[in-house]
Ligand binder design. Structure first.
Ligand code: DGJ
Length: 546
C-alpha cells in the first residue's frame, strides 16, 4: 500500500512502538520463548478437557491460579463448539477466555482440539462426524471403522485447516497488541491405536506406494543425525533412495508406525501452516508416551514420539517443536529424550502430584525448559497444591537468574534418575565436584493443633526431594529446592573446599533479602549445605579452597 509522504513519521512511530509477536529465540545454549520481547518461562497448568466449555464454571478457579503463582494457563478450544455449522464460527468461548485471562494477568497457550484428541476424533463437529463419505475413518484389520479420521484425505485436512486459520485470524485481530495468547498446540496427542497402522483401502494402497520424496530427501540430508531406530531400519534395507514403505523401512510394525506418523504429520502441517499464515505464533504438538514394553498398536503410536522425531520434522516443518505429556515416574528419562539442541523442552502436561513441584525446577534448570504444566490444574489440592505453589513461587523469584543461566549453561537440575538410584548425584561446576544426596520426608504427623496421640506416622504420600543450582560467581552458588544435602570436593589434588558463608533468603524484585545466616548445625559445622525436606527454600553459598 502507498501512503502519502506526510504520514511517514506517524507510520515510523507506529512501527517502532509495535511489539513483536511471541516467538522462539536462540539465546546462547538455550532456545527461549520471547513474550513482549523478553524471555518468558511458562509456569503453567493445563485445564481439564471440559473446564473451558463454560467460562462461569472456569471463573471460580482464577484466584487459585494466582495462589499457585501461575503465569500461564493451557486451555482447549473445541472445534465442535467453534464451528457447529460449516463455515459459521462462534468465537465467544475464545473471546471470554482471553478477556478473563487478561483480567487476572495470566497468559494463555491454546490447544486446538480439532481433528484428533488422544487419537480419537471426538471433537470433530457433527457435520464432520456424520459425513463419513467426505471424512473417511481409519479402519482396523477387519475393515471396521474407528472413530479416528484417516489422515490421508483432502477434505478433512482442508476443513480443519480452514477452521484453525479462522481461529488464528481471530486471535490476531483481538490479541496481537496485548499478546495474551503466546503459543498454540494444533491437535492433541495425535496417534493410532489398536493397530500400528490404518487398514482402509486408501491406507493399504498408500502403504504399497513409494515413500514420498520429501521424506527421502530428509533422510539423506540428515543421515548422520537420524534417530537410531529409524537409521537402523533404513540401514537394514541398505539405505535405499526410493521404494515402498516396506522396501525402505522393512516389514515391521515400526515401518507401519513410520508410515502413519508421516501422514499424521503432513495433515497437521497443513493445519498449522494455514494457522501460521494468519498469525505466526510458536506451535508445537504433544505426545502420549509409551508404557514400558508396549508395542505399536498397544500405545498411541505414530505421534510426536522421540523415536519418530525425524518423521515429524520432515513432514511438519510448520511445527516448531514436539513435546511430551509426562505422567510416568521416570521424569528424568523422558525430559532427556525430548530436550535436544534442535528441540526445546516444553511439558504441556504432567502428573499433578507432589513430585510436580521438584520436576518443574529440574526441567527449567537441567534442560532450559520453556515451560512446565501439571494437567487438570484447577483440581489441584492439598499437599500437591502447597508444594507447587512454593516451587512456582521460587521460580518466579529466580526468573531473571534462571533465564540468564539457561543461556550461559551455568545451571543444573537436581533430581534422582529413579527410585532405584541410591548414589548421590555427582557433577562438576566451576571446577568443583558437587555431590547431592536426596532426603525424602513424610508430611508432619501433627495436624494443626491436633496431637497425634497414637504417635503413628502420616499415611500421606512422602514428600519429594529435588531442585536446582545456579553458579552466580567465582565459587559462588545458589541452591533452590528441598530435601537436598550438598557436599563439595576440589578437583585439585591436596586441596579441599570449605564454606565461607551460607545464607537463606528470598528475592523481591530481583533484590536478595537475607532471612538467616546458616552455620553450625545447619551446615553440619561447615561440612555441607542442607535444604531441609518438606519445605522449599533458597540458599546462597560462598566457597573457598584450602
Ligand atoms: C492426556 C490428554 O492429552 C489430556 O487431554 C487428558 O485427556 C489427559 N491425558 C487425561 O489424563
Amino acid at each position: 500500500m502507498n501512503y502519502p509522504i506526510y504520514l511517514l513519521p506517524v507510520l515510523l512511530l507506529a512501527g517502532l512502538s509495535a511489539t513483536a509477536s511471541p516467538a522462539l529465540h536462540k539465546n546462547g545454549s538455550a532456545t527461549q520463548l520471547m513474550v513482549d520481547e523478553k524471555p518468558f518461562l511458562v509456569r503453567g497448568g493445563e485445564l481439564g478437557n471440559s473446564t473451558a466449555s463454560n467460562l462461569d464454571y472456569l471463573g471460580q478457579y482464577w484466584s487459585r491460579f494466582k495462589e499457585l503463582h501461575l503465569n500461564t494457563v493451557l486451555a482447549p478450544v473445541y472445534w465442535d463448539r467453534m464451528e457447529p455449522v460449516e463455515g459459521t464460527y462462534d468465537f465467544s468461548l475464545v473471546d471470554g477466555l482471553i478477556r478473563d485471562a487478561r483480567k487476572h494477568g495470566i497468559k494463555l497457550v491454546l490447544l486446538w482440539f480439532g481433528t484428533w484428541k488422544n487419537s480419537m476424533s471426538c471433537y470433530a463437529p457433527e457435520w464432520v462426524k456424520k459425513d463419513t463419505d467426505r471424512f473417511p475413518r481409519c479402519r482396523d484389520r477387519n475393515g471396521n471403522a474407528l472413530e479416528i479420521l484417516a489422515p490421508f484425505h483432502e477434505e478433512g485436512a482442508k476443513a480443519d485447516a480452514k477452521a484453525f486459520a479462522a481461529l488464528m485470524r481471530h486471535i490476531r485481530e483481538i490479541d496481537e497488541a496485548e499478546q495474551t495468547v503466546i503459543m498454540v498446540q494444533p491437535e492433541n496427542e495425535i496417534g493410532m491405536i489398536q493397530h500400528a497402522r490404518c487398514y482402509s483401502d486408501t491406507a493399504n494402497q498408500l502403504y504399497s506406494s513409494e515413500v514420498p520424496q520429501i521424506l527421502m530427501d530428509y533422510l539423506f540430508a540428515n543421515r548422520d543425525n537420524l534417530e537410531p531406530k529409524l537409521l537402523r531400519d533404513w540401514s537394514a534395507q541398505g539405505c535405499p533412495g526410493n521404494g515402498t514403505w516396506r522396501e525402505v523401512f522393512g516389514d515391521s510394525p515400526h515401518a507401519e508406525e513410520v508410515f502413519m506418523a508421516f501422514h499424521f504429520a503432513r495433515y497437521t502441517d497443513r493445519v498449522a501452516s494455514a494457522g501460521k499464515a494468519e498469525y505466526e505464533l510458536p506451535m508445537f504438538v504433544n505426545a502420549a508416551l509409551i508404557r514400558p514394553g508396549y508395542q505399536p498398536g498397544q500405545y498411541v503410536g505414530a505421534g510426536p514420539l522421540p523415536h519418530l522425531i525425524d518423521i515429524w520434522k520432515a513432514a511438519a516443518p510448520s511445527i516448531d517443536f514436539i513435546s511430551p505429556d509426562i505422567y510416568f515416574p521416570d521424569f528424568v528419562r523422558w525430559t532427556r529424550e525430548y530436550a535436544r539442541s534442535d528441540n526445546p523442552l516444553f511439558i504441556p502436561e504432567a502428573l499433578r502430584n507432589n513430585d510436580a513441584s521438584v520436576n518443574a525446577l529440574y526441567a527449567f534448570a537441567e534442560h532450559a525448559a520453556i515451560g512446565f504444566n501439571p494437567f487438570g490444574i484447577e483440581s489441584i489440592t492439598g499437599q500437591a497444591k502447597t508444594l507447587l505453589s512454593q516451587s512456582y513461587g521460587i521460580i518466579e523469584q529466580l526468573e531473571p537468574l534462571i533465564i540468564q543461566a539457561q543461556a550461559k549453561g551455568t545451571i543444573r537440575g537436581l533430581l534422582r534418575e529413579s527410585e532405584r538410584q541410591l548414589q548421590p548425584l555427582q557433577f562438576r561446576m566451576d571446577g568443583i565436584e558437587i555431590n547431592v544426596a536426596f532426603e525424602y520426608a513424610l508430611p508432619p504427623s501433627l495436624a494443626d493443633g491436633v496431637i497425634n496421640e497414637a504417635g503413628d506416622r502420616s499415611s500421606a504420600e512422602r514428600l519429594p526431594a529435588g531442585g536446582l543450582v545456579i553458579q552466580t560467581g567465582d565459587k559462588e552458588f545458589l541452591f533452590a529446592g528441598m530435601g537436598l544435602t550438598v557436599t563439595f570436593q576440589s578437583l585439585e589434588p591436596g586441596t579441599k573446599i570449605g564454606i565461607v558463608e551460607a545464607e537463606e533468603g528470598t528475592f523481591t524484585d530481583g533484590q536478595w533479602k537475607n532471612t538467616l545466616w546458616l552455620n553450625g548445625d545447619q551446615t553440619h559445622q561447615g561440612r555441607h549445605i542442607r535444604l531441609v525436606p518438606g519445605m522449599f527454600s533458597i540458599q546462597r553459598v560462598k566457597l573457598y579452597s584450602y
